[in-house]
Write a protein of this length. Structure first.
Length: 268
């Protein structure tokens, strides 16, 4: 496997050697074939020009080949979506080797904070008055909650949370789920508007496929349902014919007060 990784890495570097700094407006990254953390130099023979995607792949291949944590750090700086396991590995390595903030003195950390404030002031971001900054910081998340520009400010406030909690399931009561074939989104619509949305091409139910059982097939107990009189081939079939959402049929089947129930094959 390591031979395959090495071949792919060599192909990326050799292809990059034939490029210029930019071709047709595409900007390339300078990549050290032998990384600097492995003793590589800045000589032109050790530099290749690759795209961002190739740069991420290159450092991933180097990590697979040499298991050097610095390649994982390079992936993180390039914007790769690392798993939690890799992020923990980077953090542990930086802590043990006193890299970055783990090896910085209090004066150095203070200097970084002041530099960040200065950068914000230059970019006209944030509150510049030191007293207002302290006041804003002391408020924590409450500052954004109370902001009139925040559309969720009411629901994030204490009163809004109480209001939302008091609604319970009433927030969606009287609504059904509908979706447009081919789309992966759905809407909750009042029952009075169902026909209107059907005319617009919407269907009842969620666009997502029902969960499968252990053997990769729909559970036997959920293939057919009955309302005590009629046996329907599936939950979706029952929902379509009764003009309700599939979740409503499931709720009725689970309810002890309802005549609806699942039909097992042994009962047929």
């Amino acid at each position: 496997m390591k031979i395959t990784y090495s071949k792919i890495y060599d192909n990326i570097c050799n292809r990059g050697k034939q490029r210029k700094f930019s071709i047709l407006g595409e900007i390339y990254h300078n990549h050290h074939i032998i990384p600097k953390h492995c003793g590589g130099t800045n000589d032109s023979e050790n530099i290749t020009y690759i795209t961002l995607r190739e740069h991420i792949i290159a450092h991933y291949l180097l990590w697979k080949l040499h298991k050097n944590v610095n390649d994982l750090r390079a992936l993180k700086m390039l914007g790769a979506n690392l798993s939690r396991k890799y992020r923990q590995k980077i953090g542990r390595w930086c802590y043990e080797n006193k890299i970055g903030r783990y090896g910085a003195s209090d004066e150095q950390k203070r200097a970084w904070i002041l530099k960040g404030i200065q950068t914000q002031m230059e970019r006209k971001v944030g509150i510049f008055d030191p007293e207002k900054r302290k006041e804003y910081a002391s408020m924590g998340g409450k500052a954004s909650i109370k902001s009139p520009n925040n559309p969720w400010s009411y629901w994030a406030s204490k009163e809004g949370r109480k209001h939302r909690g008091s609604l319970g399931g009433k927030a969606h009561k009287g609504k059904v789920v509908m979706h447009k074939p081919g789309e992966q989104t759905f809407k909750r619509i009042h029952k009075q508007e169902v026909q209107k949305y059907k005319d617009m091409g919407y269907c009842l139910g969620s666009p997502f496929k029902p969960r499968l059982g252990k053997k990769g097939k729909p559970s036997k107990h959920r293939r057919k349902v009955t309302n005590g009189i009629i046996i329907y081939d599936s939950i979706h079939d029952a929902a379509e014919k009764n003009n309700v959402a599939p979740s409503t049929i499931i709720y009725r089947c689970k309810s002890k007060k309802s005549t609806w129930s699942y039909v097992c094959e042994s009962e047929l």
